[in-house]
Design a protein around this ligand. Sequence first.
Ligand code: NDP
Length: 278
Amino acid sequence: MQTMKLSNGIAIPSVGYGTWQSPDSEITVTGVKAAVSCGYRHIDAAAIYGNEVSVGKGIAACGIPREDLFITSKVWNADRGYDQTLAAFEKTLSDLGLDYLDLYLIHWPAASHRFKRWEEINLSTWQAMTELYKAGKIRAIGVSNFKPHHLAALMKTEVQPQVNQIEFHPGFLQEDTVRYCRENGILVEAWSPLGTGRMLSNPELQEIARHYGKSAAQVCIRWCLQHEALPLPKSVTPSRIQENIDVFDFEISTADMKSIDLMDNFGGSGLDPDKVLF
Ligand code: NDP
């Protein structure tokens, strides 16, 4: 598995295994084990997915030493604030059965449409994450779904975010946020690289994929990598888990990259951090 580098020097495996909507059951335990046996070393979890116990069982049973895995989780919106974040972190560690995380993210920013003191809330959450980072309980800290105006206050603190995990797939490039992250040394991770599957029936993507002897899913994942956005494909289906990591033996041409870049937004989630009601 190739790696990318975070601003604090830590290596992060270039494709992560997504776990949103994976059930809290044996299906997810098996999915995590299958992913590791296919070569994934990076697992993207979150408290709100309600399946961290199953993800943790998969990690425990996967047969790979803990230090060779890269495990991410996220603090949910209901747990924003200093004390709540510390407590949420302990619950996640216990559910996953781990004693440290590789990466911990603020799942969504507190934003002005819902909170008068939104910036203060984000800063107090960030303070807790910074302390956990400095205590060695997390190897890297970051955010998710933050736009530049949400990130600005965090950039002036003692430890700056190392990752921003955002929606990123053909038709949804979030260019302003990606540019801001690049300029500030923040790695962009791509959530829903397949548009939660909605990308895959697109005839244009299918045609490009045929040209490379690959699937539309592999083209979406490869397209993220060539944009230096770290893709997090999710599947609980063993053949797809394997397919989604077989993306290092081809390169999308500049012309095809451009065609994909110019596609309309045909499969986005429609979620805007400045409008969501959760
Ligand atoms: P993806 O874009 O990865 O698509 C997953 C869907 O596509 C599933 O239904 C899966 O089905 C199907 N699928 C996967 N691979 C293939 C394939 N090769 N061929 C055909 N179908 C396929 O979905 P997500 O929206 O889950 O995003 C990925 C990850 O990003 C999440 O799991 C989560 O970790 C993260 N995320 C983070 C968010 C955030 O706010 N930070 C928000 C949303 C996602 P099946 O499983 O049945 O095989």
